[in-house]
Design a protein. Structure first.
Length: 182
């Protein structure tokens, strides 16, 4: 059976071997009883500057599970979100903005056989970088191409924090598409 184990602490220089050891410990089995291991999710916990580490969710395949009841260990059920079928629209759908939401909306529409038209008020990322740098240095504001408007959306110049609705079953599809796009 494949088990999903959440909340595994992994040091920054940690390895798959460390994850396997922790999975065996959580399942209360020997490491040899873990047939396969898959990293399902990995995030950085940087809340304390002197204790930065990863927090992982893994899927471990084991014929045994001798763990006492633990809410952090569940059966890993494969889940693929499939978007509802959309019949060919007479008019091409319009996506306004090419930030993360606009990119995903256009991608999903294209995957559904639609041919979305994407409207973006700003410029490509390379041009935005130049204009934003100019704004920060000397205050030249381009009202059509700046921190808010342009390819990549407002998050392009953010501090990197990303919050996702982790309880929503569609989030895996979103994260997989973003990861596939680099």
């Amino acid at each position: 059976m494949i088990y999903r184990i959440t909340g595994i602490r992994l040091e920054l220089d940690g390895t798959e071997k460390d994850l396997k050891r922790e999975a065996a410990k959580r399942l209360n089995v020997k490491s040899e009883k873990i047939c396969s291991l898959k990293l399902y999710k990995k995030s950085v916990d940087a809340r304390h500057k002197d204790d930065v580490h990863f927090v992982c969710t893994i899927e471990a395949d084991s014929s045994e599970n001798n763990a006492a009841r633990d809410r952090r260990i569940t059966e890993a059920k494969p889940y693929r979100y499939s978007f509802p079928e959309i019949h060919r629209l007479e008019v091409r759908p319009v996506v306004v903005g090419f930030g993360p939401a606009g990119m995903l909306a256009a991608l999903i529409l294209a995957q559904a056989g639609q041919r979305p038209v994407v409207l973006e008020r700003g410029s490509c990322v390379e041009e935005r970088q130049k204009k934003v740098k100019s704004f920060w240095k000397v205050g030249n504001l381009d009202t059509h191409c700046n921190v808010q408007f342009g390819e990549g959306g407002a998050g392009t110049f953010s501090d990197g924090k990303l919050n996702t609705g982790t309880k929503d079953p569609r989030i895996r599809k979103v994260l997989e598409e973003f990861a596939a796009a680099g």
